[in-house]
Ligand binder design. Structure first.
Ligand code: ZN
Length: 147
């Protein structure tokens, strides 16, 4: 278990230091903000949807390492997915960070967030980008807040 935990730690550090898909998108169909007042994480999510496919997704913002790493990993995983697949991943991710359980083998890089359930205050940091994405999928224009 120790090795896996170290590997997870490395992936999180890497995404925190060099977040992927960071910065505005030139062509967007959706832009939505998310705030986690408890920790001070702030996010803006940019998405480019064509019919039911998420063609591109970027984020920008500032906050803690878990927030930044989780948002970065989310954009990598969600890019090129259909909205139905993204919806399913949202629920898998939510179960993973609240219970530590799920089909971890099939979750790829998302699995690095499994340890977050042990730190309830961090669940909101890890989930902020996902909740913002969910609002986009639900066609809501309301700023997301975790409080
Ligand atoms: Zn945070």
């Amino acid at each position: 278990m120790e090795d896996i935990r170290e590997l997870y730690q490395e992936v999180i550090l890497d995404h925190n230091q060099s977040p992927r898909n960071f910065g505005p998108l030139e062509t967007t169909t959706h832009e939505l903000e998310g705030i986690n007042p408890l920790c001070g994480d702030r996010l803006k999510l940019y998405a480019h949807l064509e019919s039911d496919r998420i063609v591109d997704i970027h984020f920008e913002g500032s906050g803690c390492a878990i927030f930044k790493a989780s948002s970065s990993i989310m954009t990598e995983i969600i890019k090129d997915k259909t909205t139905q697949e993204a919806e399913k991943l949202f629920h898998q991710f939510h179960e993973l960070v609240t219970t530590g359980k799920g089909e971890i083998e099939s979750m790829g890089k998302l699995a690095v967030m499994a340890g977050v359930h042990q730190y309830p205050a961090r669940v909101k940091c890890a989930s902020l980008a996902w909740h913002t994405l969910k609002n986009i999928l639900d066609k809501s224009n309301e700023t997301v807040t975790t409080e």
